[in-house]
Write a protein that binds this ligand. Sequence first.
Ligand SMILES: [Fe+2]
Length: 473
Amino acid sequence: MIILGINETSHDASVSLIQNSEILFAGHAERYSKQKNDWYINDSLINDALQYGKPDYIAYYEKPLLKASRLLLRGGYGKWKPKFNIDDIPCKSFTHHYSHACAGYYTSKFDNAVIVVLDAVGEYNTSTIWAGVDNTIRLVDKTNYPISFGLFYSAFTQLIGLMPNQEEYIMMGMAAYGDRYRYYKKVNEYFPSIHKQKYNFHKGITDWGLIKEQDRFDIAAAVQFVYELRLSEFMNFAKQVTGKKRLVFMGGCALNSSANTLLWNLFDDVWIMPNPGDAGSSLGAAAALYGKHINWKTPYLGYDLGGEYPVNKIIKSIKEHKVAAVAVGRAEYGPRALGNRSILADPRDADIKDKVNLIKQRELFRPFAPVVMEEFASDWFDMNFKSPYMQYTVKCKRPNLVPSVVHKDGTSRVQTVSRDQHEGLWQTLNKFYSLTGIPMLLNTSLNIKGQPLLNDENDILEWQSLYNFEVIR
Ligand SMILES: [Fe+2]
């Protein structure tokens, strides 16, 4: 049975194709249209997916009429209509939070787990707790619009001059530069407990007053602090009402890598699917229709550039320029570049940060992540768990040796790599290690400023002509 999963009409449209428990394809609309966080799927994406098989069913990631009823309340309206010819393929839709829950639980290795979904808003649900047992997912608790973890975070993102629903990760990075206590009391009044908020954050923060430049960083720090306090309380509540010790965490809030680390203190094991936001829900809807665990092997599920991983060319470029731009194989499904559409660089050189920032033309305070051989991760970072998808931020134990991958507060958002997980990337790190004694590289996304990750051959040509730097394949 082949199922095409679709999510669109929300930020980050995507499609996924599964055949029984195997994932054939999963890709983001933005990578094909070049519109960041594109809301709609496009023909190029659909055609790429359908070359892997013709679907017997279509699964849609939310209930269009239910969502339309909520949008009407807000003064907007939207209804999903497929933009391609689906002939007579039967289509089934699932609720927004159930699709998130299925994307998490069915890609996990857990039979028995609590599933927590936190986002801005689905149709009406904003926070849900589910029990996953023997392939069945049961709703245990829900919170409805407008009380919302995601809307709280997005409203403050907007307050400090960033794009809500898009630049929350920038506010998270800014938090390291601020004083979390300066505005703690004030921010806490907006979200004093997990079931109480000051008002509907969908309308933005309307009563803050004047904001100066340093205030932006102090507000970011306080918001991140309050978010982590409430997250911790919510997770303890979820653990208590289900009695479960393993956690599956999903929804856009699960992209907050600084906060995610605290989950390891609360649960025996944690699974965050590498694409936990709405873009992951095309796979979630397909899995919901399939109704059983699917075989999650890799996040490299999108457009296929082909080719072997160019280990020696990367090392040569890093030796000569301290930087290598790499595009090879299938594109990452999820927001992070995990080696197949990446800029890799020497982490020992503090100046490399400025060089990469200049290439990418991004804010100088933004941190860069290390990609480290899994076997050395705990020697270099304060972690006793794996982080193959760059989902956790931890203290670096030797920041002086790798200054370009350590944030202002001494932490790094780590990607661990094992040989099984990505042989080519692991070999590259191993080679760099044998040359330098450092088992890691700096890893950041390969994209043109303001655009999504590079996808295909045309993107590579465009990038090369703009930056006058060779993309290795
Ligand atoms: Fe969502």
